[in-house]
Design a protein around this ligand. Sequence first.
Ligand code: ATP
Length: 204
Amino acid sequence: MKYGVFGGTFNPVHEGHLHIARAFKESMKLDKVLWIPTKIPPHKVAKDLAQPDQRLEMCRLACKGEESFLVSDLEIRRQGKSYTADTLEELHRIYPEDRFCLLMGEDMFLTLLNWYRPDVILRLAEICAVPRSVGHEAEMEKYAQGLRARGACVTVKRIPYLPISSTEIREAVNRGDSIEKMVPSAVEEYICRHGLYGKGGNGN
Ligand code: ATP
């Protein structure tokens, strides 16, 4: 089987995530996409971070009805920080016969060599990236060349991106604005019911 591995903070999961996961699935001919919410994001400062179980549950709600999407609590259960290299090693132990494509957007892709044990990541997965802005394709391709020079298999897919971010959604909720078009309705209801990202900082 060929698995897409889609890690992220998913704070909250949004339509931009769903869009690229679907597009990667089609274009990379993936059998399954494993969504893996991270426990403590090592690559970014966590502001207004909802609880791990809440982010996991929102991913489950977003992926409901998508047969090939599986949501995994592998990083949330693991002690300490969530590192992609550790996750890929664990996945290889669990699924020794299978192949893994690590899915990510431009912002994460362009920092990949700063992640923990990058050469382990490059050895254990094909790197699949999509743009998240206009005009940075050449920069992405140059970065891809550098990764390939280290022996990595890298694909930069020209999938049109949706200009949505979790930050924008948290800000909209905090202002009291609608997030209807940015997240699936079940996720919107969950955010509302649990009072996440509101002025009182309930999402922290
Ligand atoms: P935040 O605004 O809190 O930083 P985010 O919207 O970037 O969050 P993450 O959960 O950090 O969401 O992203 C998980 C992965 O999805 C990353 O690889 C990121 O680059 C990618 N991604 C997120 N949103 C988009 C988008 N709109 N288009 C393409 N890739 C995206």
